[in-house]
Write a protein that binds this ligand. Structure first.
Ligand code: DCP
Ligand code: MG
Ligand code: MN
Length: 348
């Protein structure tokens, strides 16, 4: 699905892709039957157009390109001929879409919640806050929603990961781990778009893995306490318990201006390769790889690769035995008979 050859960026393709992205976002915000699916189809189409090895000047060039069906080609054709996409203009012009899109920008407010708020007469994020209609998590995100719209420059992602690492090291030193063993004892890897080489990211994703058999269950909890003690401004978007393994929050470094989204995940050592593959993405890449595994009778997840047998039309029985004890991502590709892809080749 992903092409491995480096490709040239074409200006025309980028502007078509941007419009398709806007259409996808509009559908995402509009809650209703079939529209979530459309969100996926248009965002996938945008990625495909960005990855084309030629410049699009006429929709007929797109015939036969997988993932660009007739209705998408028609819209691209209209855009190329007239510079406009009437579907997008019609949708965006509706007040419902505008309001829903604004509300959906708050992390934790999905299409359903946005729709509910809109029906209650809420017209903006500020109104939703003032009306007391948001839960604690949504309120925290709403407080920073403008900052959270902004992409994070790669250097700042690096700085955030470093500060997480620094707190982790302090924690481990206090546990008695020798200074020379810190990185071996606990691995902390920046994943997501950052690991795929992107110049900016929507959030910071850090995968954590303890290798020495030491206390891993409470690691995330203790790390977050250490980060606060180290003076990092951090606000939780998930409840943190003594044994949490997954975290969503908001962080601001002292020397930086904006609040940023931070995701942390802790996995046991034997699942690390699978977690790394999952958490590196992209989401589209994961989807196609899982889909591929499924066709072979497997189920691929962030925990492992298990047998998956179809039992009836809508039921799959998954095995519990991890078939391939991988320590590297490459082994998972191998197990599925797929050519290995570097993270930077997993962007579609
Ligand atoms: N992921 C997935 N399916 C989802 C959400 C996430 O497979 N529905 C995986 C793949 C993603 C990774 O988790 O790459 C991290 O999720 P993010 O939402 O942080 O996505 P990215 O880091 O890829 O992009 P962004 O720069 O927007 O954060
Ligand atoms: Mg991310
Ligand atoms: Mn993330």
């Amino acid at each position: 699905t992903c092409q491995t050859a480096p490709r040239k960026a074409f200006a025309a393709n980028e502007s078509v892709a941007l419009e398709l992205d806007r259409l996808a976002e509009t559908y995402k915000a509009l809650h209703g039957r079939g529209q979530q699916w459309k969100h996926y189809a248009y965002s996938k189409a945008a990625k495909i157009v960005r990855a084309l090895p030629f410049e699009v000047t006429d929709a007929s060039q797109l015939r036969g390109v997988r993932g660009l069906g007739e209705s998408i080609r028609t819209k691209v054709g209209e855009l190329l001929r007239t510079g406009r996409m009437s579907r997008l203009e019609r949708l965006a012009a509706s007040e419902a879409a505008g309001v829903a899109a604004a509300l959906c920008k708050v992390h934790g407010v999905g299409a359903a919640k946005a729709d509910e708020l809109r029906r209650m007469g809420v017209r903006s994020v500020d109104e939703a806050v003032a009306a007391g209609l948001l839960n604690q998590q949504q309120l925290t995100a709403a407080k920073h929603w403008r900052d959270l719209q902004e992409r994070i420059p790669r250097d700042e992602v690096t700085a955030i990961v470093r500060s997480v690492r620094a707190s982790l090291d302090r924690l481990l030193l206090a546990e008695g781990v020798p200074r020379t063993h810190l990185e071996q004892v606990v691995e902390a890897t920046a994943c997501g778009s950052y690991r795929r080489g992107k110049s900016s990211s929507g959030d910071v994703d850090v995968l954590i893995c303890r290798r020495d058999g030491g206390d891993e269950k409470s690691l995330l909890h203790r790390l977050l306490e250490q980060m606060s003690a180290d003076g990092l401004t951090i606000e939780h978007l998930t409840e943190v318990t003594a044994t949490s393994r997954s975290y969503h929050g908001i962080i601001k470094l002292p020397d930086y201006e904006r609040f940023r989204r931070l995701d942390l995940k802790v996995y046991p050592s034997d699942q690390y390769a699978y977690a790394l593959l999952y958490f590196t993405g992209s989401d589209h890449f994961n989807r196609s790889m899982r889909h591929y595994a499924k066709a072979l009778g497997y189920s691929l997840s962030d925990h492992g690769l298990v047998k998956a047998v179809k039992a009836g039309a809508n039921n799959v029985v998954r095995g519990t035995l991890n078939l391939v004890p991988a320590v590297e991502e490459r082994q998972i590709f191998d197990a599925l008979g797929l050519e290995y892809k570097e993270p930077s080749d997993r962007n579609c």
